[in-house]
Write a protein that binds this ligand. Structure first.
Ligand code: SF4
Ligand code: SF4
Ligand code: FES
Length: 601
């Protein structure tokens, strides 16, 4: 027996050495054979085993032969502890025959269950000698009951009856109030007998969008920075029942601490790049499109998630009631180019809608209707992509959608909604029944831009995005030195433009850093202490927050590094106590005299 100091909790752990299928292996004392075998790449079939709960040993598929001191035994590997010097055989003739018999018994009662059919095929079992009964989906492995009780600790499932009458149910066969809809039972059920449904029987398909629980520990999206997982306490089982804790068990670096709190850290920096992003337009304001009321209507961001391979449907595009869509409408410019909401163009919607159309055609073959004002395909390769879509049988309707409704006097097929759109090329109003409506929503300034504006003393343009120092010559700089803007902080933009602007902002910062010094404005203002009465008028008018009050002297003091020499404080000071370099009275008078002299000549 060997000693090793390194188990996950830092406790000393003893290892035992033994043989499996002729291979010498070591495993921690008190661990079970199944785990040790799998850790060494030896597969043993199981039906009732789940590594995060105590083994139950009811299916017996994991039988193996153990020889110790010359004595042979057949044991279940999932709950047999490893021992020094034992010899384990997982696939000898005796074991194979044993498993074949078990499979035959299962086939008699579960002949249509995929996992049993797969095992039968693997072991060459083609028929059963036992009496064939109507196939039942549940194989009574008990995984769902044990996960719900032992791991989730919701106690919403149990077994009822005994012997052949045994079945899985909720306590007293009643509606289980204590089910927290975590889906753990669905996840572990090997036969897909367990399903997560709304109480009206609709299968939950889009947990991230509208229905059911989200994955409680997740990375926001593939490109998130930092790409670290975080726990959503509203849906995490541990925060609801105090149970589970699987993530902290499996985390190899022991970095899950359920009692961690959010903290605020203060960092001193010389430059700031503001990349506050954007907020999607809320289409609930445009009640005519039924967003939030009709389940068929979703935003472009929601559809992006649904069609993503990492989403809840694994990238399958399905209607909310789980069908393949026959027709999809994509409505452009929702909240953009509209005087009632945002007058500007959000720049990404046309290309995003074209991408969706391509995806839908490719994955489902559904009819796609693009309702647009006009196509703005301005980037590299964009126009070519638009032309390609014209040949993919996408229907382009030039005109604004008027409404989306689930009512039609002539009736609508089940699950469909009606899109009414003005076709300006044909001069008619078209009514199109569709399964899914995607609202291509516009981009708005991010939440909190106002607070950031006050904090950093930077300006916003009339559209609400941050104002650059010059739209052509200084598009990433602000009027305040050392503060730069990038991406949708400055205005709506697509990914290539955002990346280009972020690079430019980073380069601007590096330029300042590599110089090692900053150049100050030559025309800064200065307080003449002897005249200053400490009234603080200048503090309130300075747009760059460059003035503070010296509490000991009770006078205003100007920070040369922040002062941009705008002269606002000079004009505002009621005591005439601030002068501006290059603009004192004598200099201004001399300039006026010189100008007048030229005019006189
Ligand atoms: S969804 Fe969760 S709480 Fe409900 S029965 Fe299944 S495991 Fe138990
Ligand atoms: S419902 Fe699924 S997990 Fe639960 S006992 Fe039946 S087969 Fe096993
Ligand atoms: S997995 Fe061991 S008895 Fe079922």
């Amino acid at each position: 027996m060997n000693d090793t100091p390194n188990n996950k909790n830092g406790k000393e752990e003893k290892l035992v050495t033994f043989r499996i299928d002729g291979k010498e292996v070591t495993a921690p004392e008190r661990s079970f054979l199944l785990k040790a075998a799998r850790a060494n790449g030896i597969d043993i079939p199981t039906l009732c085993y789940y590594e995060h709960i105590e083994p139950y040993s009811v299916c017996r598929m994991c039988v193996v032969q153990v020889t110790r001191n010359g004595r042979q035994r057949i044991v279940t590997a999932c709950n047999f502890p490893v021992q020094e010097g034992i010899v384990v055989e997982t696939r000898n003739e005796k074991i194979i025959q044993h498993r074949k018999l078990l499979i035959e018994m299962m086939l008699a009662r579960h002949s249509e269950v995929e996992v049993i059919k797969k095992l039968a095929k693997e072991y060459g079992v083609t028929k059963t000698r036992f009496k064939l009964q109507p196939s039942e989906e549940c194989i009574l492995c008990g995984l769902c009951v044990r996960v719900c009780n032992d791991l989730v600790q919701a106690h919403a499932l149990c077994f009822a009856q005994r012997g052949p009458e045994r079945y899985v149910t909720t306590p007293y066969d009643d509606y289980a109030d204590n089910c927290i809809a975590c889906g753990a039972c669905v996840h572990v059920c090997p036969t897909n007998h367990m399903k997560l449904e709304q109480t009206d029987g609709i299968e939950i398909l889009y947990p991230e969008v509208t229905l059911g629980p989200n994955n409680p520990i997740h990375i926001d999206f593939m490109q998130a920075v930092p790409a670290s997982p975080w726990i959503d306490t509203a849906s995490c089982i541990h925060f609801q029942t105090d149970g589970c804790g699987v993530c902290s068990e499996v985390c190899p670096t022991d970095c899950i601490h359920y009692d961690m709190q959010d903290t605020i850290e203060e960092v001193e920096v010389g430059n700031i790049v503001v990349a506050s992003g954007f907020k999607g337009f809320d289409p609930k304001q445009m009640y005519q499109f039924g967003y939030g009321k009709l389940p068929q209507v979703m935003t472009s961001l929601e559809f992006e998630r649904v069609s993503n391979a990492g989403g809840s449907t694994g990238g399958r595009i399905l209607t909310p009631d789980g069908r393949n869509p026959e027709s999809v409408a994509i409505l452009h410019c929702i909240g953009s180019r509209d005087k009632h909401y945002n007058e500007y163009c959000s720049r990404i919607c046309c290309m995003q809608s074209l991408k969706f159309a391509h995806l839908i055609r490719e994955k489902t073959g559904a009819e796609v209707y693009q309702c647009y004002i006009d196509m703005r395909c301005f980037g590299k390769g964009y126009e070519e992509f638009y032309n390609r879509l014209l040949h993919e049988d996408v229907h382009f309707i030039r005109g604004k959608a008027v409404e989306v409704t689930d009512y039609s006097p002539d009736g609508l097929p089940p699950g469909k909604v009606m899109v009414r759109v003005e076709d300006t090329l044909l001069g008619i109003v078209r009514k199109i029944p569709v399964d899914i409506v995607i609202l291509s929503i516009g981009l708005e300034p991010a939440v909190g831009v106002d607070v950031l504006k006050q904090t950093l003393r930077i300006s916003r343009s009339p559209d609400g995005f941050y104002l650059e120092r010059h739209p052509k010559l200084a598009p990433v700089s602000t009027a305040t030195d050392g503060i730069y803007i990038a991406g949708c902080a400055q205005g709506p933009k697509d990914i290539p433009d955002t990346v280009a602007q972020a690079n430019a902002a980073a380069a601007a910062v590096l330029q300042v850093i590599s110089q090692g010094q900053v150049t100050l404005e030559p025309t800064t203002a200065e307080v003449m202490e002897e005249l200053c009465t400490g009234c603080q008028t200048c503090l309130s008018v300075c747009p760059y927050d460059a003035i503070r009050r010296d509490e000991q002297k009770e006078k205003a003091v100007i920070n040369d590094a922040l002062c941009k020499g705008c002269g606002t404080c000079v004009a505002a000071c009621p005591s005439g106590a601030i002068k501006q370099w290059g603009f004192d009275r004598e200099q201004i008078m001399a300039e006026i005299d010189a100008v007048l002299a030229e005019v006189a000549v």
